[in-house]
Design a protein around this ligand. Structure first.
Ligand code: SAM
Ligand code: SF4
Length: 326
């Protein structure tokens, strides 16, 4: 079992399959052209499965595939099937553009739930955030996944004066659709033009939501990163992921593996250890994994000590989100 020095168990691994994407979300992808990893620097499908197996033997019981856009990998099917044969709960975060291709695979491998990013329900605004005019494809794939019985969570990165006027529309989606809407606070990463004044925190909008809807607080599990709610009579739920304003580090159980095989023990931490090179040299990577877990900071990767209201984008030392894997 992987315990850090604060006695937190680590049983959840997020694996980035690529740092490439077919969207260009302003909050994730740096504006200047970024160099994607060449194939030989990416973990191959076989390496991903073998490395994941080592993690599973150390107690990992849930794996999320992410990126970049994980469905862009031509060998996505092979990777997903291979990982699904391990004794773990599999899931994925995706922009949904290619989802319709994978319904059979997901049914065959027993995928139950997945996270889909959609930051606006308005086609033009969707375009201005993602720089791609793909709203209709994304929306129809969301409906398709619901129709096929998957448990769908929708991720919305809230940004002031960008999409904060759509909060109620997203909550209204939960009336007739059994979806779980999750508002995520805008987080700082390398070159994503983060500004603390653009963060919409849970407390900024909480009163208005209470005024407009008849709301019930739902139970949050120990490792939940969200505060969950439901409008009385609605089929779906909504939640706030308060990473910046009320971090949930105290119960953190997550580790990350970047597409180039570096283990990161925190989304915000700058520290990483090179698992892939060690694996390719035939070393036992168990020690590197335990070393990474042991060196985890208590909070926010050891950054933002004075809280996000005192933080400026220049203070952040980290990869861009597209190069980490959210
Ligand atoms: N391409 C996939 C997608 O968009 O769902 C998976 C990768 S994406 C990096 C994973 C998640 O990170 C998405 O839900 C995205 O909205 C979120 N994300 C990216 N940059 C973010 C930021 N600066 N603040 C908060 N969430 C962010
Ligand atoms: Fe691509 Fe997802 Fe980043 Fe958007 S959030 S640019 S879809 S990786």
């Amino acid at each position: 079992m992987l315990f850090d020095k604060f006695n937190r168990i680590h049983d959840y691994l997020r694996i980035s399959l690529t740092d490439n994407c077919n969207f260009r979300c302003t909050y994730c992808m740096p504006e200047e052209k970024i160099q994607c990893l060449p194939n030989h620097k990416l973990m191959s499908s076989g390496e991903i499965i073998e490395i994941a197996d080592v993690f599973v033997k150390l107690g990992i019981n849930k794996i999320r595939l992410t990126g970049g856009e994980p469905l862009l990998r031509k060998d996505f099917g092979e990777i997903f099937e291979g990982l699904s044969s391990l004794p773990v709960k599999m899931t994925i975060t995706t922009n949904a553009f290619w989802l319709n291709r994978y319904i059979d695979l997901f049914k065959k491998t027993g995928l139950k739930s997945l996270n889909i990013s959609i930051d606006s329900l308005d086609r033009e605004k969707f375009f201005s955030i993602t720089k791609r005019d793909h709203f209709e494809t994304v929306w129809s794939n969301i409906l398709l996944m619901i129709e096929h019985g998957f448990d769908v969570k929708l991720n919305i990165v809230l940004m002031k004066n960008v999409n904060d006027d759509e909060i109620n529309n997203f909550i209204l989606l939960t009336k007739d659709l059994p979806v779980h809407v999750r508002f995520i606070e805008f987080m700082p990463f390398d070159k994503n033009k983060w500004d603390r004044n653009k963060v919409i925190s849970f407390t900024d909008v909480f009163d208005n939501i209470y005024r407009d809807f008849d709301i019930i607080k739902l139970h949050d599990e120990k490792h939940d990163t969200s505060k969950k709610f439901k409008v009385t009579g609605h089929q779906g739920t909504f939640a706030f992921i308060t990473t910046m304003s009320q971090p949930f580090c105290v119960d953190c159980n997550r580790l990350r593996l970047t597409a180039d095989g570096k283990i990161k023990n925190c989304l915000f931490g700058k520290d990483e250890l090179d698992l892939l090179s060690a694996f390719r040299e035939g070393q036992d990577i168990k020690n590197i994994i335990t070393e990474s877990v042991a060196s985890k900071h208590f909070k926010m990767g050891g950054q933002f000590e004075s809280g996000y209201l005192e933080t400026s984008a220049d203070d952040v030392i980290n990869r861009s989100m597209i190069k980490i894997g959210g």
